[in-house]
Ligand binder design. Structure first.
Ligand SMILES: [Zn+2]
Length: 465
């Protein structure tokens, strides 16, 4: 979760506004906020699948991802000149060793010992923002697009000895999405419009070569394969770019997941992948300008899992964990109505009737950005988690998706999701669990040395401080 999402809401968040007579009148006259009756919700939850029918499974390794972003003044005398920084942290935790630490009947787990069980890695990106033009490019936005390309194609994104960069993964996802075409013997992908600096170039359907350099035929601006992420669309050359950075961070989290999964496939290590679980921060979705990448990620996960099952390998759990937001708040407020030990897939009907308000839409919720189904999981100990499991279909056009996406029996790895939630549920952090807290703290951008913060928070998470 980014500081962008967590930052104080500023002036408009002030409670005083609720006492403003115009606001009171507005709320009474116009607001139509769902107020579902407890008895009605209890009726719905009483029909939810129980987790008692599943045998919890614990994977050997949990990899948790989390991103954070920061924007700062690049010059203290000209503070409007700004620079951005995005970090997507990955923490891999060896579960057996972790268990052996916590089984020793100690009042708390030694945080340094936990740190030794972790493998940490991160994708970091320094980016231009307002009034910060890169010297090799004609405009601020062109420099931003170039910086994204440079980071994605960097050797730093290679995993182990594998030669593939994140750019290769973007290209693989474009291929899965049928967005690569042959143009006279050259493979290209097509941008609907030219991403030029001031949006005055009207060129449409510009071709971007998958290898080498490309330029817009009309305005000659440089074109990059990573322009397909389209986060430049909400980039501003003269003001803060938290929105664009947030979009880029969320897209990068999803692409890092795909990159990690493809690593095991490219290096023929699916039997190792079988022991892994991946936990993403937030729902399984890519929102905003890069949303179309949700579709190839959904397809990639499903195909990989099907291939592994065919090879008699257990597919890895891929799970989103949503810690904040309207749905989490909704269920927290109504915790008493939710029985212990259930796994309730959030139907569109439930969401629109009880959370969002208004009529149930005919198009699936999150059609353009979700690649997983939200499931409310309440443990036998009474702790609630809003998790997300990948849709087990190649595309949303399939009948299976349309008919069965709210039926938990179609989903894979429910047993593993229950296993790791049971094991890592934290008394100290509602809605979260230890590996996710570690990833979050690792990803957090701090001006003090990162290791110290990690030690402290790890200790706190494990009850030592
Ligand atoms: Zn152009």
């Amino acid at each position: 979760m980014s500081p962008f999402n967590n930052q104080p809401a500023g002036k408009t968040g002030h409670e005083d506004i609720l006492w403003n007579p115009e606001i009171i009148q507005y709320m009474e006259t116009w607001a139509d906020v769902p107020k579902p009756e407890t008895a009605k919700l209890e009726g719905i939850f009483s029909k939810a699948p129980t987790i008692g029918g599943y045998t919890p499974v614990v994977p050997e390794v949990i990899v948790a991802f989390d991103g954070s972003l920061y924007e700062a003044s690049a010059d203290q005398h000209e503070p409007s000149r700004r620079v951005g920084y995005i970090k997507v942290g990955m923490v891999a935790l060896n579960v057996q060793k972790y268990q052996s630490l916590s089984d020793r009947n100690m009042p708390f787990v030694d945080p340094m010992a936990v740190n030794r069980l972790q493998e940490q890695n991160a994708i970091s990106m320094a980016l231009p923002s307002a009034y910060l033009k890169e010297k090799d490019y004609d405009s601020i936005r062109e420099g931003y697009r170039a910086a994204i390309f440079r980071h994605y194609s960097s050797d730093n994104t290679r995993i182990g000895t594998d030669k593939h960069t994140m750019l290769d993964t973007v290209i693989d996802l474009l291929r899965i999405n049928h967005a690569v075409v042959n143009d006279g013997g050259l493979e290209v992908t097509i941008l609907p419009s030219c991403p030029s600096e001031d949006n005055v170039c009207k060129e449409q359907n510009v071709k971007v070569s998958l290898v080498g350099k490309s330029a817009c035929p009309a305005c000659k601006t440089s074109l990059f394969v990573t322009d397909t992420l389209r986060v430049w669309e909400c980039f501003s050359e003269f003001s803060s770019n938290l929105e664009s950075f947030n979009r880029l961070m969320l897209a990068t989290e999803g692409i890092v997941l795909a990159h990690s999964l493809l690593f095991f496939k490219r290096t023929n290590q699916l039997s190792i992948l079988s022991n892994f679980a991946f936990v993403m921060d937030g729902p399984l979705s890519i929102s905003g300008e890069a949303a179309k990448f949700h579709a190839p990620i959904m397809s990639l996960i499903n195909q990989l899992q099907i291939d592994m099952i065919a090879q008699k390998l257990a597919p890895p759990l891929i799970m989103g964990l949503t810690k904040t937001g309207m749905s989490v708040e909704h269920f927290m407020v109504r915790k008493e109505a939710v029985p212990d030990g259930i796994a309730f897939p959030l139907t569109d009907e439930y969401r629109y009737t009880n959370i969002v308000g208004g009529n149930v839409r005919t198009r699936p919720f999150g059609e353009e950005f979700y690649y997983g189904q939200d499931v409310l999981l309440k443990t036998d100990e009474g702790r609630q988690f809003l998790i997300s499991l990948p849709y087990p279909w190649d595309s949303k056009q399939e009948q299976g998706f349309k008919k069965n996406r709210f039926d938990l029996t179609h989903y894979r790895n429910v047993d593993t999701a229950i296993g790791i939630i049971n094991m890592f549920q934290s008394d100290l952090y509602e809605n979260s669990m230890v590996p996710v807290i570690l990833a979050h703290e690792y990803a957090s951008i701090s001006l003090t040395p990162g290791g110290k913060i990690l030690d402290l928070v790890t200790a706190r998470a494990l009850g030592a401080a």
